[in-house]
Design a protein around this ligand. Structure first.
Ligand code: PMP
Ligand code: GLN
Length: 382
């Protein structure tokens, strides 16, 4: 049996986020690797969850999600992007962004469908495509700006192209889509049945007055897009694993056919609490200033080190290069940084399928001021 068993994902190992967080814990290193805050969420949100639990909202939520939460999300999108998503038929609450991404891919990818992704790419995309028999067409972007050359991307298109996955603001690069990218995307998908999976979990983490260009804003893109979002990023609650997907009715119908058998529905009291909490829209508008301050504070501290910073326009990640410090591979350097210097980071090579060494590391700055200070004190010694 053991010999005849064939893995569906032979190349896949435990994720780099788990690996680096474990290594950090093992060596008591400051963990700037896996992306999650080390400070707590708003206690009011915790009280709301408690209240809904005590009021007896402890059984299954409706399959697509609690209606009041879907209504709040619809209002949010309307206000933010002047686009209407019907709470009944176009919004589904999921167990986080990861489940939303997985379910969207499961719902539409058939064997031999080609899916274009941009590397560095979030680690769940390629394995999920492959699980459903899809073929990954990866387009590699390069530092320092990770700009998309659409003329080259076009060469990846074929009659079998089923989907394009985009992620803006981007993990790990901090790059964002521009109006020019949007124009190219519209032109390239016009008169095709190509779908877009737009991973917008960092939608509110965008800096220096720039605007998040959601697929929701552009009718020609909206009609072919699944847009995924995460309350983990929105309200500093990554452990609650709650998110949602926006998609036009026909796509939502297909999405829910899978969703109902994958999770059926997600955490009831959390959904009620989020719906209440979202009534105050400043809650998510405050995020920009909050994280921009952290980005700038961390960048300021890092000027005292030999690491050089790349520009972070969005997300809660900062890329740095260690050129001039070491010629090691990113994974070797990241491991040594954790074990010998007590600071954990993510090697950017983990976001590429092919071996790369751009000598880049990703730090997460969603951390308390003192955590960032203590980490940089250690980095200064290198
Ligand atoms: N997409 C990207 C780009 C992410 O960085 C993350 C998580 N950090 C997710 C999706 C998944 O979000 P969630 O934790 O809600 O599953
Ligand atoms: N998305 C988070 C990151 O990039 C981690 C999520 C996870 O561990 N799966 O660090």
């Amino acid at each position: 049996m053991a010999n005849s068993f064939i893995s569906k994902l032979p190349q896949v190992k435990t994720t780099i986020f788990t690996t680096m967080s474990q290594l950090a814990a093992q060596h008591q290193a400051i963990n700037l690797s896996q992306g999650f805050p080390d400070y707590d969420c708003d206690p009011e949100l915790v009280s709301l969850v408690n209240r809904y639990m005590q009021q007896g909202h402890n059984q299954y939520a409706p399959m697509p999600g609690v209606m009041t939460l879907r209504e709040r999300i619809s209002e949010k999108i309307q206000q933010q992007h002047q686009a209407y998503y019907h709470p009944e038929s176009e919004i589904t609450i999921t167990a986080g962004g990861t489940q939303a991404l997985f379910t969207a891919m499961a719902a539409v990818i058939k064997p031999n469908d080609e899916v274009i992704i941009f590397e560095p790419a979030y680690d769940s995309y390629a394995p999920t495509i492959k699980l459903f028999g899809g073929i990954v067409k990866a387009f590699q972007l390069s530092p320092p700006d990770f700009k998309i050359d659409w003329t080259m991307v076009k060469k990846l298109f074929s009659p079998h192209t089923r989907m394009i996955i985009i992620n803006s603001p981007n993990n790990p690069t901090g790059a964002i889509l521009t109006e020019e990218d949007i124009r190219e995307l519209i032109a390239m998908t016009r008169n095709t049945d190509i779908l877009i999976l737009s991973d917008e979990v960092y939608e509110h983490l965008i800096y220096d007055g720039r605007q998040h260009l959601s697929m929701a804003r552009y009718p020609e893109l909206r009609e072919r897009s699944f847009i995924t979002a995460s309350f983990g990023k929105l309200f500093h609650t990554t452990g609650w694993k709650t998110g949602y997907v926006l998609a036009p009715k026909a796509l939502t119908t297909e999405f829910r056919k899978v969703h109902q058998f994958l999770v059926f529905s997600v955490n009831t009291p959390v959904q009620y609490a989020l719906a209440d909490y979202m009534r105050n829209t400043s809650r998510y508008h405050e995020l920009i200033a909050f994280f921009q301050h952290k980005r700038d504070y961390f960048a300021g501290l890092l000027t005292n080190t030999r690491f050089k910073l790349l520009k972070s326009y969005g997300s809660y990640f900062q890329l740095v290069t260690y050129k001039g410090i070491s010629t090691e591979s990113e994974i070797e350097f990241a491991r040594r940084l954790t074990i010998e210097h007590g600071v954990a980071a993510i090697p950017v090579s983990a976001f590429y399928a092919k071996e790369t060494n751009h000598q880049l590391l990703r730090f997460c700055f969603a951390k308390k001021q003192e955590t960032l200070e203590n980490a940089v004190k250690k980095l200064e010694k290198i």
